[in-house]
Design a protein around this ligand. Structure first.
Ligand code: NAD
Length: 402
């Protein structure tokens, strides 16, 4: 494939690093974002998200003239749709962003172009978008290629994984699959696995649902172990000595914008059949409720035993260890419930952020020192090395003391 001109629609956590990696390989990328601040920031050679190494790469790409961002999609040879796919109140996926992005590209499509959706999407979305494209531009039928290629990068290691992870690539027909594979070969060193569009869509949802179900198993075990007076961390370590058993670690729920969201796409489209997947989502959500109740019940017992209200420390707000991302975080949810319902003082700790619009933060050692009840919500690297004070009541929801 000769080096194509690329337009990326959606310059967020995935669209920007992907564009920067392509631009870094000398591919001419025109980004497009509906948020004018995003456009302005990137064109000034800066970034609006936190990701190691990305600032340098974006700055160099903008300065070299390989990356420029606009408010409208610019004509190109390859189009990448990387816009959000949230769910609404009833857990129904909202594909309106993908549709809006697709419609914004339709007028500038030409014969021979390649149109790729990367946004996590319900099964059949790519085929539906193809129908929209061909209903508006009938002359392009069989003249352009359309494919789906999901992203599976780990925030914090995005630049490495964008280049080195294997990718699943599914076209609406064989030519589309092959053309998309040729395109990704320009900047991905990982293996490229061909399939069809709906299998590629399902693959992304399967990966995250699989993680969710396995974590739900660990979370359910943790509740059973609490009732049975068994240390769940020791139990899992022992069970995992079996050569064919690999139980994941429990936590205070499941958060983030992928694992806690994507399984609902399958549940909402296949409600009659997605039993385990739905149950896992519910168990993982329930684990956060259960954790709130455990903290409040411990506080009530403390009051009975000591004749005063305890100081509670909620340790961690992020959705997983050692990051500053609070999106869909069960720890944040638990903390806000405890703040609303506890009668005594609640100290809030998150070592990875400096301030928060709704919470007053306390330094983690001070909080440990001052609190009577310590609720470990996230296993940040700072926490396990705090010396244990036997006078404190510690509630370990995430294995800090395992
Ligand atoms: N963030 C991750 O770790 C991750 C990992 C794998 C997959 N995904 C998937 O990738 C997709 C994008 O996620 P993200 O985290 O990059 O989202 P994001 O919210 O960080 O970025 C999306 C960007 O798209 C822009 N946008 C929205 N509608 C637009 C339109 N019609 N035209 C142009 N720009 C538009 C927004 O302004 C925003 O800047 C989602 O489907 C997500 O599920 C994300």
């Amino acid at each position: 494939m000769t080096t194509p001109k690329v337009t990326t629609v959606g310059m967020g956590y995935i669209g920007l690093p992907t564009s920067a990696v392509m631009a870094g390989k000398g591919i001419r990328v025109n980004g497009c974002d509906v948020n004018p601040q995003v456009v302005e920031t990137i064109n000034a050679g800066n970034i609006h998200i936190v990701e190691p190494g990305l600032d340098e790469l974006v700055k160099n790409s903008v300065e070299a003239g390989h990356l420029k961002v606009y408010g409208e999609p610019q004509p190109a040879d390859v189009y990448l749709v990387v816009v959000p796919t949230p769910f609404n109140q009833d857990h129904q996926p909202d594909t309106s962003f993908v549709e809006a992005a697709t419609r914004s590209i339709i007028p500038i499509l030409k014969k021979g172009d390649l149109f790729i959706i990367e946004s996590t999407s319900p099964v059949l979305t790519t085929e539906k978008m193809a129908e929209i494209v061909f209903s508006e531009r009938t002359e392009l039928k069989e003249e352009i290629s359309i494919a789906y290629c999901p992203e599976r990068v780990l925030p914090g290691n995005v630049l490495y994984e964008l280049e080195h992870n294997d990718r699943v690539i599914g076209g609406i027909d064989e030519t589309s699959t092959q053309k998309a594979i040729e395109f990704y070969r320009l900047f991905v060193n990982g293996k490229l696995h061909p399939t069809n569009a709906r299998t590629a869509e399902m693959c992304k949802l399967t990966e995250n649902s699989s993680r969710d179900v396995q974590i739900a198993f660990a979370n359910e075990l943790s509740i059973i172990c609490d009732k049975a007076g068994i240390n769940v961390w020791e139990l899992i370590e022992l069970a995992n000595k079996h050569p064919r058993v690999n139980i994941l670690q429990p936590g205070c729920g499941v958060g983030g914008h992928c694992i806690a969201v994507d399984p609902w796409f399958l549940v909402s489209d296949y409600p009659e059949h997605a039993h385990v997947i739905r149950q896992a989502r519910e168990i993982n959500d329930y684990k956060a409720e259960w954790s709130v109740e455990k903290i409040l019940a411990t506080a009530r017992q403390f009051e009975i035993d000591h004749g005063r209200q305890p100081v509670i420390a909620c340790m961690g707000l992020a959705f997983k260890p050692n990051i500053d991302d609070l999106r869909e975080s069960p720890a944040k949810y638990i903390t806000s419930k405890v703040v609303a319902e506890a009668r005594g003082e609640v100290l809030i700790v998150e070592p990875n952020i400096h301030s928060h619009p709704s919470f007053t933060l306390t330094q983690y050692l001070q909080a440990y020192e001052k609190a009577d009840i310590i609720a470990w919500l996230v296993n940040h690297k700072e926490f396990p090395i705090i010396n244990k004070d036997e006078k404190k009541i510690e509630l370990d929801f995430c294995g800090v003391r395992k």
